[in-house]
Design a protein around this ligand. Structure first.
Ligand SMILES: O=C(O)CCC(=O)C(=O)O
Ligand SMILES: [Fe+2]
Length: 344
């Protein structure tokens, strides 16, 4: 069965010119069926993604001890995360045989208390300050990308509001001090450091946690998305597109009219070496204290809400306890069942 990630042009929402209703309808169709979208017309200049990629290359190319200097405790979702220190499948309650064995390394930055001066008293560690490595130009390039990705994410929530027939400012009420995190991922291990015969997981299967994720990825294969047919499908972005996927908060809001699609990363091994792959996921999760309840308009006649209300903070914390601290998340039965039903 052929599997395609639909391309949606959001230019009418970025430039103010063009047919917004066609964009919203295309978004609704993509979110109902696949839950992953290739977004074009986003207006992010090529210099911003080139700058991000160069900054990531410079950081991940540092010796291990220099990267370890910007490590943080598991409960602080900032700084460096070395290979095999996380296990994404534990975020949805699936204990993998290779516990804490995802081989990606990552560097995380996020919105801090200072990002939102109008919302005093935001809790730590959710809005923790960033730690920056001593790499010339790194912070500038990453800050530039963070700003562009945040703009795209907020534009997408405007498209979502129209696609779901909600007031245009619906998402503004739950994203005034959104938990936003950029995770830069590097999938590479030096030759000889891994047993290439074992089950190798770049990043274990998971759903993202929040409202929407804006994902920049290079075109090296490895990202796989679980289709409605129960199979895993390779996905890489067309030139200039950003991948966009929905997180659990949106699945909850919409009572799964739109899904938070399961995905994982398995980069190819060529001549006994993992082919290096890079990505950067911007997570737009919503306000830590926003209560997420199923939208009445998404519950059809004779249907029931599939989820109880939860705050964004409670939901994200349970997920992170799984992925970063190794505590199996038992509150994600619906997601875990989907993984176990998948083939391969
Ligand atoms: O590397 C990728 O393409 C996906 C990364 C991802 O799913 C994540 O960081 O949540
Ligand atoms: Fe993800």
């Amino acid at each position: 069965m052929s599997f395609e990630v639909p391309v949606v042009d959001i230019a009418p929402y970025v430039t103010g010119v063009g047919d917004r209703s066609a964009t919203a309808a295309a978004m609704d169709a993509a979110c109902r069926t696949v839950g992953f979208v290739q977004v074009v017309g986003h207006g992010v200049p090529r210099t911003a993604s080139d700058g991000l990629a160069a900054a990531m290359d410079a950081f991940f190319g540092l010796p291990a001890h220099a990267k370890a200097a910007v490590r943080t405790p598991p409960e602080v979702n900032r700084g460096y995360s070395p290979p095999k220190s996380e296990s994404l499948s534990l975020s949805l309650g699936v204990a993998s045989a290779t516990r804490m064995n995802d081989f990606f390394e990552a560097f995380n930055v996020g919105a801090s208390q200072e990002t939102y001066p109008g919302s005093p008293g935001l809790p730590l560690p959710d809005y923790a300050p960033n730690t920056w490595p001593d790499v010339p130009g790194f912070q500038d390039a990453v800050d530039t990308w963070f700003g562009e990705a945040a703009r795209v994410a907020r534009t997408l929530t405007r498209v979502f509001a129209d696609a779901l027939d909600l007031p245009a400012d619906f998402f503004d009420a739950i994203t005034g001090h959104s938990l936003d995190v950029l995770r830069m991922n590097n999938y590479a291990l030096p030759p000889g450091t891994v047993d290439l015969d074992g089950e190798l997981t770049g990043m274990g299967e998971h759903t993202d946690y929040g409202i929407v994720t804006v994902l920049w990825a290079d075109q090296v294969p490895g990202l796989q998305v679980l289709g409605a047919d129960g199979g895993w499908h390779d996905v890489s972005p067309v030139d200039g597109a950003l991948l966009v996927n929905l997180g659990d908060v949106t699945a909850r809001l919409t009572n799964e009219r739109w899904t938070s699609t399961l995905h994982r990363v398995k980069p190819p091994v060529v001549d006994g070496t993992i082919r290096r792959r890079r990505s950067a996921a911007f997570f737009h999760d919503g306000d830590v204290d926003a209560v997420i309840s199923v939208l009445p308009s998404c519950v059809g006649p004779g249907e029931e809400p599939r989820y109880l209300p939860v705050t964004v903070g409670e939901h994200v914390a349970a997920k992170l306890r799984g992925s970063r601290a190794g505590v199996v998340n038992t509150a994600a039965e619906r997601d875990a069942a989907r993984v176990l039903a998948a083939r391969g």
